[in-house]
Design a protein around this ligand. Sequence first.
Ligand SMILES: [Zn+2]
Length: 509
Amino acid sequence: MRLKAAIFVLLISWAPLFAQPKVVALKNGSSTAYIGGFVDLNHVYVSVDDIAQGLGLQTFVLQSTGKLSVYSRYGSLLFTPNNNFIMVSVGTETKMYQLPLPVLSADGKLYMPAEYAGLYFSRILREVLTYDEKKTEFSISQIDTSSPEIVDVRGTEKANGAVIEISMQSLPRAYAATIAQGNMLYLTLMPAVANIRRMNSLPPTGVYSNIIAIQNPNSVQLSFKLKQNYISSQVMMDSTSNSVIVSLYSQVDVKKILSDEIKKKLEKEKNNWKLGVIVIDPGHGGKDPGAIGVLGTEEKNVTLAIAKDLKKDLNRILPDVKVVLTRDKDVFVPLDERGEIANKVGGKLFISIHCNSMPTKPNPSHGVETYFLRPGKTNEAIRIAAQENAAIKYENDYEKKYKSYDADNMILTTMAHSAYVKYSEQLAELIEKDVSRVANLADNGVSQAGFYVLIGASMPAVLVETGYLSNIREERFLRSRIGQQEIARGLTDAIVQYRAEYEKNFAEN
Ligand SMILES: [Zn+2]
């Protein structure tokens, strides 16, 4: 009470024009100190001495100049009467800072704008002093030292602008970035702690001339004085390097960046839709012979021969297309690995080659069938799927590995494939038609079934049953070089036509 009265008297006696006396509370835990001050042209000025006392800091006035020093264990502040500059010394670093409003002198005491007091006093404290303009009061809060610390700041000039990278112990939860007056970047990271002294003494770079770091209880504000003007910024968190990356764009270059990006994207999309890699999967192999014909022909040998012929044909007719075989010799390849191979090489098409067979042989059933992935619908499709899927029993841990492919999951997996279903169906139709035509075999049509081998391939995928080994006439044809070459030629015709339609389709879209 006595303090208030004293200040009131003092202010009346000093009384700059229009100034209204004002007392501001400084809350430090449960105790409150009162800071004398006044309001001048909407700005609250507070006594530097009173704040120092409220914070338990030493002060010293040099009588000859009226300069006031405030000392803490960590550093000091030097205020000059009627002057905008404050000298801040922390450790061995000393820097001058300019306030937008001058420090005022009245009756031998110095007053500074309250809104900047927190900022400067906090620099020589291990706590944070904040001024709440609405409540017109100061409060002290502890820094949340569990927050991630800023480790380093780097600026790099780019042809299109600049990049500022802030390395942290771990990423903050939130950030805010603003560019003001073209050449000031304000970046707030939360939660975060910074070694303010180190931050403020980081050397200038080609991008910024200095950084001012402000520690708030659980956030850090970094103000960068930029060497050039920028019009926009973009912040990205990079979790691999724990960095906050701020991209700064200059006016001239924004259009170029955008057009470069669009160009790149279009180029990528164009390449994406190019039928650049075709994966041919010869069914079975190694310890898995597949179906055995009436005359003892093994499916794995027929499928490999057709696949090799097909590759030769495609290399000749479509020299710009890469053709990859999931196996090129008599080896066992697990079903799931076949799809993985296709994905790894960036396949745009997956064709699995097989031969059909009936449980009882010889058998009159004959002809070509082509499948694309969907849970089996007809009994015939289910039978063939079960037969081809049986190859998994040659894999040691198949029960565990394929457990997820039960009926319900099959539907989900199929839905994931739905983007390709249209193309798979188109290709299946072409293959069915061309193979039966060229090889002069019966056209049994296209069906949908759940083949494990097709599940893993993330691309249009089909499975063709090129004829029946349980039918002696077709077995003879399938084991002959002429038969294998004709089937390969039918497949080539289908692929060439598919590619033309596929690429036309995407060129139009
Ligand atoms: Zn097969």
